[in-house]
Design a protein around this ligand. Sequence first.
Ligand code: FAD
Ligand code: NAP
Length: 382
Amino acid sequence: MAKRLLESKGQTWTEINIEDHLEKKTEMMERSGRKTVPQIWIGDRHVGGFDDLSALEASGELTSLLGLQEKKSESHSRVVIVGSGPAGYTAAIYAARAELKPVIFAGLMSGGQLMLTTEIENYPGFPEGIQGPELMDLLQRQAERFGTQIFLEDVEEIDCSKRPFRVRGAEHTYTADTVIVATGASARWLGIESEQTFLNRGVSACATCDGAFFKDKPVAIVGGGDTALEEALFLTRYATKVTLIHRRDQLRASKIMQERALANKKIEFVWNSAIEEIFGEQAVQGIQIRNVKTGEKSELAVEGVFIAIGHKPNTEFLKGQLALDPAGYIQVKSGTSFTSVEGVFACGDVMDPTYRQAITSAGTGCMAAIDAERWLAEQDFE
Ligand code: FAD
Ligand code: NAP
């Protein structure tokens, strides 16, 4: 994602794979003081990880840091799609094939949640499975093939109060006849102070990204869903032991994932428990666990803590514009992608508290593009 963001700004980079160059891994950790990849330097300035690069982009500083000219423009499109996960790209493929010349604001995390995972085994059409980033690359190329224009920037505001709607991104602003919101979901955090203190210093929400830093070290993971189990299994490649801490005594994850995780000797389950505190000096050294039934507290020595407790819909920027349910999901008219504002459609995880799968997101992305196309045909725009 960092590479795509830099690429979108016409910037070249040097990439070092730390798994192939262990001496560079040590150097990187010493120079940055961090245990996550990527670590990015612009010239001699240490920027940090992708989140830090994104923050610079969001604040508008990245352009000048790279010595580039700022671009500000306002244009019009019949369809503006916000978000570039399976939902957004599928909506783009359909809208582009309907010759609506869609524009996608792909967001700084272009490609969405599947960029953070490895093997996808349940996306139809790939009997041997496919890597998440590879699938997203294919979807992007398919959307581009039919003429989708892509901006790798976050939308900061959508004004749905009058038509044409107005979509304001970090660099570009578009007016639009229809808007399709496909902004998906982001990782949830436990909300304890020490979690933020040790973020990038042993605490992570992405085992796929950061697991390799914990070779021959004990780690803990929190959560009982598919993500937690998938990540726990992934971490067994590196860690000496993976302790999975779950607040109940039953897992939410699918049966197949449960069977795999329960059968893995490197994974130990701690039931009915919560992490109360993460402690250490420069980096994580352990956690305090509380049994939520008995109140009993215990300590566990770990060097990594992976948070995998689900995701929340990315709708902060839509508050007051569209009707949301109490958990923040966009409300749609049952069986359609129509939101509370006529001409604004929603698809994918951002409107789906129930299924939240890549294929259902792609399916509702298709629905949103067809709903938008038919709605446009009924309007008197031209
Ligand atoms: P997302 O994939 O969340 O994409 C949302 C997009 O919107 C992102 O590109 C983001 O940058 C962008 N965005 C957000 N806010 C803004 C903004 N303000 N402006 C512009 N853009 C914005 N599902 C499966 O079916 N099989 C699996 O094996 C599987 N594995 C998974 C593994 C992990 C670790 C995780 C976290 C999820 C997994 N899922 C899996 C679930 C799947 O990833 C999601 O259901 C799917 O990605 C949702 O697609 P989406 O397009 O709705 O949203
Ligand atoms: P999820 O299914 O919502 O599970 C979240 C887990 O975290 C639950 O076990 C929940 O506990 C726990 N949790 C929530 N808040 C917590 C807190 N504050 N403290 C401690 N624990 C907390 O989320 P997910 O696992 O990320 O999965 C999201 C979607 O993606 C699902 O639809 C899933 O099927 C899909 N997915 C699929 C695959 C796959 O098919 N291979 C892989 C990954 C994800 P409770 O159980 O007690 O609620």
